[in-house]
Design a protein around this ligand. Structure first.
Ligand code: UDP
Ligand code: MG
Length: 322
């Protein structure tokens, strides 16, 4: 039967939640295997993103106890998006469907069954969408809303309130992996792959244990990356600003001439200072935005590896050795 499922779980210093995560996901996976919805060789694939705690030791321990637990370990911390990508790249050739989910159990694991149902209804992509953000702080809720509306205005097609909890079929995963960019923003890339898609709604919970690995600084960087990796609208806005300022400049020029010829010659210091500061500011902002894009190009042309794996226990050859 062609229905092997791999659940990819990125983990960065998640020793506190991992035992519970393995238990809950294991229960779901076994239930799906029992009802023959997925094949018996379906797996959990934990991607250890360079954790400095006991995360990898736990993954190793559990994989001796349960043959459906597998893992891969990065040589250092490469970030959440790269961890997801590595999991998908490792699993794609032998899986028929891949689900990605965070390790912290904030996303309701019971939605997995509904995702599989939607897959069998013929969807290649099934998005997990939060229908409530009650557990998020007021600040996180506001910033998330603002982010989605900015992205929409910039013409980036995102599924609002869906994060990296989703199911992809084999061919959709392959489509996603054909995107060779280094600046990853997977939730923007998935809709670009196309195929028939569906949504599954769930309530987002509190983190089971441990702390968020996305502090404000990382979150802002992620949002900025999302915008500049997917939209050139900010550059166009600079151009429009430039045209507007030239227009204002022409009016000011005429005004100055009129003033001069009507002998109101106290033209002065104030307007000069204002122009210098305003223009200086606008130029710096513009340079900043352009610099941001050049930085992206710089990163892309270097073609650096997106991650490096130190150990891996997913592949079938290795399974046989154990
Ligand atoms: N994560 C990761 N590498 C990182 C940061 C986070 O693999 O550098 C993982 C983390 O272990 C978790 C998921 O990404 O499974 C989402 O992180 P978190 O729950 O801390 O983010 P939040 O839900 O607070 O946005
Ligand atoms: Mg979380």
């Amino acid at each position: 039967m062609n229905n092997k499922l791999t659940i990819v779980i990125p983990c960065y210093n998640e020793e506190k939640v991992l035992p519970e995560t393995i238990k809950e996901l294991g229960d779901i996976l076994n239930a799906l295997i029992d009802t023959k919805e997925v094949s018996a060789n379906s797996k959990l694939l934990f991607v250890d993103d360079g954790s400095s705690d006991m995360t990898w030791n736990l993954i190793e321990k559990y994989q001796y106890e349960h043959d459906y637990v597998t893992g891969l370990k990065f040589t250092r911390n490469y970030g959440h998006q790269n961890a997801l990508l590595a999991g998908m790249e490792t699993a794609v050739s032998s899986s028929d469907m891949i689900i990605t989910i965070d390790a912290d159990l904030q996303d309701d694991v019971n939605a997995i069954t509904q995702m599989i149902d939607k897959y069998y209804e013929g969807n290649d992509v099934v998005y997990g969408v939060r229908n409530s953000r009650k557990t998020d702080t007021f600040f996180k809720r506001r910033t998330a809303l603002a982010f989605y509306s900015v992205m929409q205005k910039l013409g980036v097609n995102l599924v609002p309130d869906s994060a990296d909890y989703r199911l992809l079929s084999k061919r959709a995963t392959q489509g996603l992996l054909d995107f060779k960019e280094r600046n990853l923003f997977l939730r923007g890339m998935v809709p670009l792959v196309g195929y028939k898609s569906a949504k599954v709604y769930y309530a987002r919970k509190e983190r089971f244990a441990g702390e968020s690995k996305y502090p404000l600084k990382k979150m802002l960087k992620f949002a900025a990356d999302g915008i500049t990796s997917f939209s050139t609208v900010p550059i166009k806005m600079i151009m429009n600003l430039g045209f507007f300022l030239v227009f204002v400049g022409i009016i000011l020029f005429i005004y100055t001439l009129v003033m001069k010829f009507t002998h109101h010659t106290s033209v002065g210091w104030a307007s000069l200072m204002i122009s210098i500061w305003v223009l200086g500011g606008v130029q710096l902002i513009s340079l900043g935005v352009i610099g941001e894009y050049i930085g992206k190009i710089f990163n892309e042309v270097k073609h650096r590896p997106r991650y490096r794996i130190e150990e891996e226990t997913y592949s079938d050859e290795k399974d046989n050795q154990i």
